[in-house]
Design a protein around this ligand. Sequence first.
Ligand SMILES: NC(=O)c1ccc[n+]([C@@H]2O[C@H](COP(=O)([O-])OP(=O)(O)OC[C@H]3O[C@@H](n4cnc5c(N)ncnc54)[C@H](OP(=O)(O)O)[C@@H]3O)[C@@H](O)[C@H]2O)c1
Length: 338
Amino acid sequence: MRLIMIGFGNLGRAFGRSLLEKKEFLLTNYGLTPSVVAAVDEYGAAVDEGGLDVKKLLKTAEKANTVADYPARGKKGRSALEVIEEVEADLVFELTPTNIKNGEPGLTHIKKAMMAGRHVITSNKGPLVVAFRELDRLAKQKGVEFRYSGSVGGAVPVIGLAKKMLAGNMVHAIRGVLNGTTNYILTRMSKEGAPFDVVLREAQELGIAEKDPTLDIEGTDTACKITILANAVLGISAKLKDVKVVGIRRIRPEAIRLAQEAGYAVKLIGVAKRDSLEVGPKLVPVGHPLAVGGTLNAVTFETDLAREVTITGFGAGPRETSSALLGDLIDIHTALGD
Ligand SMILES: NC(=O)c1ccc[n+]([C@@H]2O[C@H](COP(=O)([O-])OP(=O)(O)OC[C@H]3O[C@@H](n4cnc5c(N)ncnc54)[C@H](OP(=O)(O)O)[C@@H]3O)[C@@H](O)[C@H]2O)c1
């Protein structure tokens, strides 16, 4: 299968490393031989329709910080849109930064790829929160496969579990700890009784929180994931603005201590139901499957047949999330009967 990588940053590179690591495994178990025919970043592209050398591509990206310096086949200024239009390929990975205002540049990349008849895998929340239905419809219209497992839960197969293994259930509600940064902050605050600002600063020093942590701590990142789950699992045409959001900035250590004394943990919980979407700090009984610590994610599906099913694991990290990308790739390969 010929792949185009749009965005070759932390996740694109981790995925490249996974392709190398899993080469024999993919061939032996699935008869799958992925070939990266193009990689694009903001500076330019590397293109070889016969297949780029992924080891060389990784070395170039790490050394020069752009794939455009790939020996002989790299070119500065060659854009993602040109590559999607001009390079023969089966599938496009859209792995550019998330932009929740208008979904760009990912939204246009995905649309262009689908219009050109290419299957699409993305981990980019931006296009999904802005135009989920539009993209879902376009994929069906063009007869292409569209997967986005890495956009919610990182390595945790939240969407796959709901859409496949729980497919015979009516899902009434989805509740989840969907943001590792805020969960880390709340866990540290509860263990040490430390104030929010102090823990946030330490989380930033450790690289767990971004320099600008606004999207995480205000609950917006969780709201994005709830929007995606509402669309993908509950079948609602929801947009980000439909989610009622409260973040964790105002939580005091005393409130966490009082909750602890009563047997509860304070967690930032996203809830998706057919009639309401919300994100906010909630009390979760200690020992409940959603009361996970550190940077872990956890999601509970409330269903008719299976009752409650909870899944937990690593919600971010490039290597972990490459598991979701690889799972989507194998899923598409299997769906196509290749
Ligand atoms: N990293 C994770 O653990 C993780 C987990 C789940 C989801 N995600 C999502 O996955 C996506 C990628 O994450 P990441 O960590 O790999 O981000 P990243 O390290 O910032 O990499 C983004 C890549 O996109 C490229 N890019 C930016 N604008 C572009 C454009 N107009 N055309 C072509 N390429 C462009 C960047 O190129 P330059 O370097 O040249 O600017 C870079 O190669 C994001 O949407 C993120 O939210 C990431």
